[in-house]
Design a binder for this molecule. Structure first.
Ligand SMILES: Cc1ncc(COP(=O)(O)OP(=O)(O)O)c(N)n1
Ligand SMILES: Cc1ncsc1CCOP(=O)(O)O
Ligand SMILES: [Mg+2]
Length: 210
């Protein structure tokens, strides 16, 4: 399935503790998210494998794609739809070579067009830029200007993902600046119940397709 535009939900092990992972992820998928990233920084390999497998099954039920953050081996083990790698997560070209044909490879490019060009050269399927707004999930992430989205579009035809503090209040500014996907953690998952998560996902998706 090729990438176009949409909502890219990213999990967070703190916000999704206490058995919230599956129901809240199902809620974003019901709300129309097309990409779901499993982002878990713990070292509990057995739990990570189990959760990733369940999320892959869930994504398949909703016609969405599961992307594994940081970990090519886990993506291969659970037959995920793809992997997202940052600048310190290993070689993109090696990941490309290890992944099966058709698997998605995403790359963090911060606010740097040279990183974007290198990622494209290495075989990335999308380019992620940010953080654009203050992020509760990753408060130390370096700021990126909205103009990087426009500039990246001049250089590449690959889909551009915007990340960092994305909310329903600022989403339109990112879409206007050229974002194809909105990658969101806190504004989706910091919610009291799954119905609210679904409502927020639906609102993002409506904005993206309006
Ligand atoms: C879609 C998307 N964009 C950027 C990131 C950040 O990746 P990275 O820089 O490797 O930081 P961590 O997420 O691993 O802390 C991402 N995960 N997803
Ligand atoms: C992983 C990552 N990389 C840059 S900001 C960020 C976190 C995004 O989470 P939130 O949507 O809560 O700001
Ligand atoms: Mg990473």
């Amino acid at each position: 399935m090729s990438l176009t535009r949409g909502l890219y939900a990213i999990t967070d092990s703190l916000l999704l503790a206490d058995d919230r992972l599956l129901p809240y992820c199902e809620a974003v998928l019901k709300g129309g998210a097309s990409l779901l990233q499993y982002r878990d920084k713990t070292r509990d390999q057995a739990r990570r494998h189990d959760e990733a497998l369940r999320l892959r099954e869930l994504c398949e039920r909703y016609g969405a794609q599961l992307i594994i953050n940081d970990d090519v081996a886990l993506a291969l083990a659970v037959e995920a739809h793809g992997v997202h790698l940052g600048q310190t997560d290993g070689s993109l070209s090696e990941a490309r070579a290890r992944l099966p044909q058709g698997a998605l490879l995403g790359a963090t490019c911060h606010a740097n067009l040279e990183l974007a060009a290198a990622a494209e050269q290495a075989g990335a399927d999308y380019l992620a830029f940010g953080r654009f707004f203050l992020s509760k999930t990753k408060p130390g992430a370096a700021a990126a200007p909205l103009s990087i989205l426009h500039d990246a579009g001049q250089q590449s035809r690959l889909p551009k993902v915007a990340i960092g503090g994305v909310s329903l209040d600022n989403a339109a500014s990112l879409l206007d600046a050229g974002a194809d996907y909105l990658a969101v953690v806190n504004s989706l998952f910091a919610a009291d119940n799954a119905a609210e998560v679904e409502r927020r996902a639906r609102a993002f998706v409506e904005l993206i397709h309006s």
